[in-house]
Every structure is written in C-alpha cells, then in structure tokens.
Design a protein around this ligand. Structure first.
Ligand code: GLV
Ligand code: MN
Ligand code: MN
Length: 410
C-alpha cells in the first residue's frame, strides 16, 4: 500500500495551479485575482470541484473562509488544519497563497487515492483576503476566525473603487448560498500552512524545504497630509501648502528614522494618492501607506510609535493625520509542530528559518499549535508576475505537508 505522501501527484498539483493561474492571468505569467471578486468566485468553484472529487465536505463561514473536510476515524477529535489564501496582489504571481490551498487539496486527493483514514479529520481552508491589497488590512478572514477582530469591524473598509468590504462580502456569501454554512471559529488540533518562501534563502543555499520557526511582526499605517491647492504658474513657492513637497520631507525623515545598518528592519512606502492629481495645480491632499516590519517586538513598537512625531517635525506647511490599520506582533511557532515538520522533511535538504512575509498562520498561533513549510522561490522573487517554483519543488513541499499532517492526525 502506498503512503499518503507517495500518492501526492506532482503533475496533478501543477495542472491545478496552472488552471487557477488562468483566472486573472496578466502579462509575464502573473495573476491579478482580488479577493471577493468574480474571478475569486470562479477560482473557488474550481477548487470546490476538486475537493468534492476527493470526498471532502465543503462549507463556508460568515467571513467567507472556504472549508474542506475529510473525516477521521475518530470524527469527534479536533481536526488537523492546513490551508492558505487564494487572493493575489494586483501584480502578483501564480503561487503566493494559492500554493498552500492547492497543496492542502493535494493531500486530500492523496488520502483518497491511498485509501487512508487518519485518526483525526483533515481540514483545508482558503482564508478570505490575506493580501490586503483590495481591502486593507490583510488576513481579515483568519483574524475573524481567530477572534482577533470581528469580521463586522471591517465592513466600512473601501476598495479603490469605493466598494465597501461589507457589501463585497455579502455578495460573495449570496453567490455561495448553496454551500453549507459553518460556525466562524473552532479550535483545531494543529494548523500547518505551506507557502512559497518569497525570499532567496532556500535557493541560495540549494535547499528544498524551509522549516519555519516564526514570523516577524508588522504594522501598517496610512498618513494623510492636508495642504491647499493653488495655481502652479502663479502661486509663489513661499506661500504654498504643498502636500507633495511635505510628503517628500516626511519620507526623507522616516528613511532616517528607519535606517538599519544590519538591514533587518523593513520599511516600505508603496501606495500614494494625490489630489487634485493635476500637473498644474499644487497638491492639497496626499495619502501614503507605511508597511513596517521587524522580528523584534521592542524595535517594531518603538519605531512604529515614533512615526507620527517624526512626520510632524519634518513637514513644513501641511496638517498631518496618522492612522494605524493593522499590527501583528512577531510570533514563534509551536516547538512540536516545528519538530514534526523537520522530521517530515527527512530525505530533503532543509533548514529552519523565520518568515519575513506575514501569513494567516500568524493568527492561528494563539488558537492552536501552528507552523509553516516553505518551498524555494526562484531568485527570491514574489509579489511580482515572475514568481516561480518548479513542479518538483512544489511537490516536495506537499509531501512534507502530507507527512506532517499524517503525524499530527494520528
Ligand atoms: C503578505 O503578503 C505580506 O505582505 O507579507
Ligand atoms: Mn501569501
Ligand atoms: Mn502575498
């Protein structure tokens, strides 16, 4: 009899990923599949079909997290849970997130093919809105499941077209009203998420598997600068309240605040909106995002808490408003889950490592023993259409996932 890991099919998994990559395909092999969009729903229907073929029961919860469950021999025992997200960045790749969902599904298909019934049920989840690129912040589905933030708290968040998150969620739930509903939130026996590394470490070191030990912390802010619009040809520079010029001053000062000779701290300004956004009118309004990350909680707190005063001291003419959207403190994964993954990676070249990206797994940590498995990312490229991991590297990660889940479920 073949083991579950032996029944993991590299070809089936790759074929599924490539079918999903067609939904929202963009130039350069990329994917743009926003959460709670028609494309997202189309992708979910594909995945639901594969899950049903593997004998899984399908359900959704009030946050539109999508669940697949294969029964265990002792179905009253807490299930082992795996999964990730199906939404992408606007210029995203074919693997970020969706790999973890397809890998979980591949384990369900392999269980089916192997004819194995583990002691505990195995569940796969596709979390709603991990990326936070359509509706900020990310990880809404996992935060709501974990009791970190109620899903209703996000209702008024708007996307770039002014659509409320609450309305987009209601539309999704209505479109999937044929699926059984399950209660939002439960306590699994363990949570384990497979994901691409999104960095260069595994490839540079010639390794197959990252045994993830924890995730660095992150904080998201929006800065709003309010000045006054004026005629670009006539208004003297001295009297202007130019929001773009003050943004440049603010970002220069923040770069100095965030300077880290060790290059551990991550500071990114990547979303900017300007009004009236006209070449010959002085800008009266600028809004820009800040994404701050660090593995050390104290550094994350002190640098993040210094942002507002730094901006106020740097700007010359504009009003300043700072809003913090999101914070996730650094987490360490459960030693038992980390050891289980490391043992399951026997025969592969692996190392322990921390995650620079945030993941839904971060919010599972307070709920259940949790961990993650990384597979290599070619040249470390991610959040970019050129994201690539080979079919065999992806299959190796899924075999390690299968072995780990079987160990945790037995
Ligand atoms: C997740 O996509 C992140 O930004 O880390
Ligand atoms: Mn991801
Ligand atoms: Mn991502």
């Amino acid at each position: 009899m073949r083991s579950v890991a032996e029944c993991v099919s590299e070809a089936r998994q790759w074929d599924r990923l490539m079918q999903l990559a067609k939904l929202g395909a963009i130039a350069g092999d990329g994917v743009n599949r926003p959460c709670l969009s028609a494309l997202d729903r189309e992708a979910r229907r594909l995945v639901i079909g594969w899950a049903e073929a593997a004998g899984a029961a399908v359900s959704i919860d009030a946050a539109a997290n999508l669940w697949f469950r294969v029964k265990g021999a002792d179905d009253s025992a807490a299930p082992v849970l795996t999964g990730s997200h199906m939404d992408s960045q606007p210029e995203g790749g074919r693997f970020d997130g969706i790999y973890g969902v397809v890998a979980g599904l591949e384990v369900l298909s392999a269980l089916h093919d192997a004819g194995v019934v583990p002691k505990r049920a195995v569940e796969v989840v596709a979390w709603t809105n991990e990326e936070g690129s359509r509706f900020a912040p990310g990880c809404m589905g996992s935060m709501a499941w974990a009791g970190h933030t109620p899903i209703a708290a996000f209702a008024e968040v708007l996307d770039a077209d002014g659509v409320r998150f609450g309305d987009a969620l209601a539309e999704q739930l209505a479109a999937e009203a044929d699926l059984p509903r399950r209660v939002l939130g439960h306590v699994p026996h363990a949570y384990l998420e497979a994901h691409i590394e999104q960095g260069p470490v595994l490839e540079n070191e010639g390794l197959d598997i990252g045994v993830v030990t924890g995730i660095q912390g992150s904080r998201w802010f929006t800065v709003t600068l309010t000045g006054e619009t004026a005629h670009a040809g006539t208004a003297p520079l001295a009297g202007r309240k130019d929001a773009v010029q003050d943004m440049v001053r603010a970002i220069n000062a923040l770069n100095a605040l965030m300077h880290d000779p060790e290059d551990v701290l991550r500071f990114t300004v990547a979303r900017v909106t300007v009004a009236p956004n006209s070449s010959n009118s002085v800008a009266n309004h600028v809004r820009f995002s800040i994404d701050l990350r660090h593995p050390d909680r104290d550094v994350l707190l002190s640098k993040g808490d210094a942002i507002e005063a730094t901006i106020r001291a740097a700007v010359r003419d504009c009003g300043v408003h700072l809003h913090e959207w999101f914070h996730a403190m650094p987490v360490a994964f459960d030693a038992l889950v980390v050891d289980t993954v490391e043992a399951a990676a026997a025969g592969y070249r692996s190392r322990r490592m921390a995650s620079g990206a945030f993941h839904d797994a971060q919010f599972a940590v307070p709920i259940a023993p949790s961990g993650m498995i990384f597979v290599p990312s070619h040249k470390g490229i991610s959040h970019n259409p050129a994201e690539y991991t080979s079919p065999s590297q992806l299959a190796a990660g899924t075999r390690v996932l299968a072995r780990s889940l079987m160990a945790l479920a037995s």
